[in-house]
Design a protein around this ligand. Structure first.
Ligand code: FRU
Length: 468
């Protein structure tokens, strides 16, 4: 499809679909969701001249993964976001089957987008080009074109450039599937963003002692926290284990030390970033005050997507809330950004035994729970959280089979911060030591009920909508 045609079809989809999507009772009131169609990865997350920009993988034409362009929001407070002109539309020879994921950098005071142009052939094969686009005076993005063809030795699955500046150079990580079906992360260097030199593989399956670790790694993101390098990556093809790797694809991180000269990343084990049902393809950025922020996609590719009830209203998926990252004893902590506190309405404070706790309206709400003892939390009729003293289990009925499905976190629960928005729950355990992010679809206005003998200290706030 040509770009102009894509734009016309997008306008039509919005004219016909936006009202219906807006009336969905499951539609979030303070999370980012597509006006119509399908949203997936966050892209190009950056703060520029004091303004936050978040681009995203968007198929405005249907609730499937066929036609990807880059939608664009901006915000001055990380809470209220405004739509911006669509930033990238597929249609050029080098991106005709999708403007896939990528990142944004500031160069000479301007925003440059770096993204993967996806091209498919009739025989089912594909290739990719890493491409640039530059912001113009109308806040639209002009394509510059490809700066890197498919590297030798890799399949057509090489994508998701994340670019950063280190000392006097630009660096890029790319997710890749090599010709032996091993997932890898590639490191490249450039002085000007236009000419890229391949440095080599810095992590992946069958590398640095990882053993078999998936056939494809998507959406890498490399950054420094303190004196540690963290590499976020999304391996595909890991086998489910008892309590981990239970989603269709994983999102996690490796931390260690990157030697830019030797092109060697010495890292520890892979840790999942989230223990919930829906979390994938997160992207981070560092903002002016030094914080490293992360936003993820609250969805997983190929995981029961066609059963989401929001499809009836013509839209699917949301982002997670923006989170602040910190490292503590080598472990990555995530906490909701403090800016979200401005959404808090009147506070309720309660103390007592879980069994006696009052039911709470959790349509859009934040809770802080400090439990002593075993407890169980019901989120309306659609999800439950249970702690048995060693294992925290999140339980819901599968959207596809209606059978119970579980996700787990093993540890000692001391503090829970729970952020709820109509059809999503984000549970921050022990101030961000772990997170469980999930969609859930209550059939009526949900109440939170607590059970168990645990002594509880509870704080509750309804959260205001950002839609008005
Ligand atoms: C991850 C992903 C990326 C790709 C994009 C396409 O969800 O598959 O690898 O660039 O989505 O929308």
């Amino acid at each position: 499809m040509q770009e102009l045609s894509f734009m016309k079809q997008t306008t039509l989809a919005l004219m016909n679909g936006q009202q219906c999507a807006a009336h969905d009772p499951h539609r979030p009131v303070w999370h980012l969701a597509p006006a119509v169609g399908l949203l997936n990865d966050p892209n190009g997350f950056i703060q520029h001249n004091g303004v936050y920009h978040l681009f995203y993988q968007w198929n405005p034409l249907a609730c499937d993964h066929k036609h990807k362009c880059w939608g664009h929001w901006q915000s001055t407070d990380l809470v209220h976001w405004q739509h911006q002109p669509v930033a990238l539309l597929p249609g050029a020879d080098y991106d005709k089957h999708g403007c896939y994921s990528g990142s944004a950098v500031e160069e000479n005071g301007n925003i440059i987008l770096v993204y993967s142009g996806n091209v498919k052939y009739p025989d089912g094969s594909r290739t990719t080009y890493q491409c640039l686009a530059r912001k113009n005076e109308c806040d639209e993005y002009d394509k510059i074109g490809p700066v890197l063809p498919l590297p030798v030795g890799y399949s057509g699955h090489v994508r998701d450039p994340k670019v950063w500046r280190y000392q006097d150079n630009w660096y890029m990580v790319l997710g890749a599937r090599d010709l032996q079906d091993q997932g890898k992360v590639l490191l490249l260097r450039s002085t000007d963003l236009y000419k890229w030199q391949m440095l080599g593989e810095i992590a992946g399956s069958q590398l640095n002692g990882m053993g078999d670790f998936g056939y494809m790694w998507e959406c890498p993101d490399l950054f420094t926290l303190g004196d540690t390098e963290v590499l976020i990556c999304c391996p595909q093809g890991l086998e489910a284990q008892n309590e981990r790797y239970l989603n269709t694809y994983q999102a996690g991180y490796l931390s260690g030390k990157l030697d830019y000269q030797a092109v060697h990343f010495t890292h520890g084990e892979f840790h999942e970033l989230d223990a919930g049902f829906e979390f994938y393809a997160p992207q981070t950025t560092q903002i002016a005050d030094g914080r490293r922020l992360l936003i993820g996609w609250m969805g997983v590719p190929d995981q029961d997507e066609q059963y989401h009830p929001t499809i009836r209203y013509g839209w699917i998926h949301t982002m997670t809330c923006p989170r602040e990252l910190t490292l503590c004893d080598g472990k990555l902590y995530q906490q909701p950004v403090r800016e979200l506190q401005q959404l808090r309405g009147e506070q309720t404070v309660w103390q007592g035994v879980a069994n006696d706790a009052p039911p709470l309206d959790i349509t859009s709400a934040e809770l802080i729970l400090v439990p002593q003892g075993l407890f169980n939390v019901c989120f309306g009729d659609a999800m439950q959280l249970t702690w048995d003293g060693g294992l925290l289990s999140l339980i819901r009925n599968s959207l596809c089979s209606n059978q119970e499905e579980h996700r787990y976190w093993r540890g000692t629960v001391q503090h829970l911060q729970i952020m709820i928005d109509r059809s999503s729950v984000e549970i921050f355990i022990n101030h961000g030591e772990a997170v469980m992010s999930s969609r859930y679809f209550p059939t009526s206005q949900p109440l939170l009920h607590m059970k168990g003998k645990a002594k509880l200290a509870l704080q509750y706030w309804p959260l205001m909508s950002c839609l008005e």
